[in-house]
Design a protein around this ligand. Sequence first.
Ligand SMILES: NC(=O)c1ccc[n+]([C@@H]2O[C@H](COP(=O)([O-])OP(=O)(O)OC[C@H]3O[C@@H](n4cnc5c(N)ncnc54)[C@H](OP(=O)(O)O)[C@@H]3O)[C@@H](O)[C@H]2O)c1
Length: 331
Amino acid sequence: MPRQIVLASRPSGWPTAANFALTEASRPDLANGEVRVRNLFMSVDPYMRGRMNDVKSYLPPFRLGEPLEGGAVGAVIESRSPDLAEGDLVLHMLGWRDEAVLPAVHARKVAALEGLSPSAYLGVLGVPALTAYVGLLDIAALKAGDVVFVSGAAGAVGSMAGQIAKLKGATRVIGSAGSDEKVRWLHEIGFDAAFNYRAGPVLAQLREAAPGGIDVYFDNVGADHLDAALVALNTHGRVAMSGAIANYNAAEPLPGPANLGLVITKRLTLRGFIIIDHQDRLPAMIADVSGWLREGKLAHTETVVDGLDQAPDAFINLLRGANTGKMIVRL
Ligand SMILES: NC(=O)c1ccc[n+]([C@@H]2O[C@H](COP(=O)([O-])OP(=O)(O)OC[C@H]3O[C@@H](n4cnc5c(N)ncnc54)[C@H](OP(=O)(O)O)[C@@H]3O)[C@@H](O)[C@H]2O)c1
């Protein structure tokens, strides 16, 4: 029988393996219009930590005893829809299970990619890339000549954000990440400067990397990183507030930056966004990113973990920084 990962209990603070359970799933008959998909790859993402809490947000909480959800790519193995046929490759939102049964209208048919794994639809051609693209170009209104700082820079979103900034005319791109090895990789993929935030205070390292200040901050982290960026931002600087991962596992709310007054004196713009609202930008992102990949101008990597039973650990380790590039579970 197919298997699934269900939410066994809600975490307080850091999630543990005990919050998840691997269970057998049923194999229901298909209703008209539905398809059965054999999942090949699933995504684990930081936002899933928020859905483990029983709080109202932009997506409903995962339900106790029910399978978790998230991006997945799979092959149609049975269809009762004229729109999808057996063998079609599809992208959909019922990850965390071997097999998904869903209305065909909730699955997007995608093409097999020359030279790329289908998991690219969860990373370099998927939500992380779109988040980087929209965050920089639309939310932070990147301009040629900007100096850009990206936190969480060696992750799926951050590594795209830094490279897209350079490709779109930033003069200097600085990244922060949690290990020396990640910092080395950031240099390899074209960041002008990078530092390990665990090796010293963020502000001192950012000042050294950006002596003339920064114009754009792509924030994946919040906390000490946002505080330091507010100091380093030049007048009329812009911040794309993408995520605040430093806060996701805090059992109690953490204090915000103590220096928000700088937003006024420097006339800064801080703008949050959720990528669900920006799907209209998908064709532009795919066109740009596919072109850059073809021309060898954009690097990307995945950290791949094998097996549905390993998905909870992959997720927990993602939050701890075990990934470089996109964290993927191969099923
Ligand atoms: N707004 C949106 O619509 C949207 C969409 C997608 C993602 N996001 C956000 O974008 C950010 C990155 O997501 P992703 O999918 O690309 O994940 P990711 O960056 O590939 O993985 C998460 C990374 O966060 C870093 N991290 C964990 N705790 C940290 C801390 N306390 N301080 C600094 N870094 C920490 C870890 O790397 P280190 O080794 O460097 O610590 C880890 O590898 C997240 O904040 C996520 O919520 C937002």
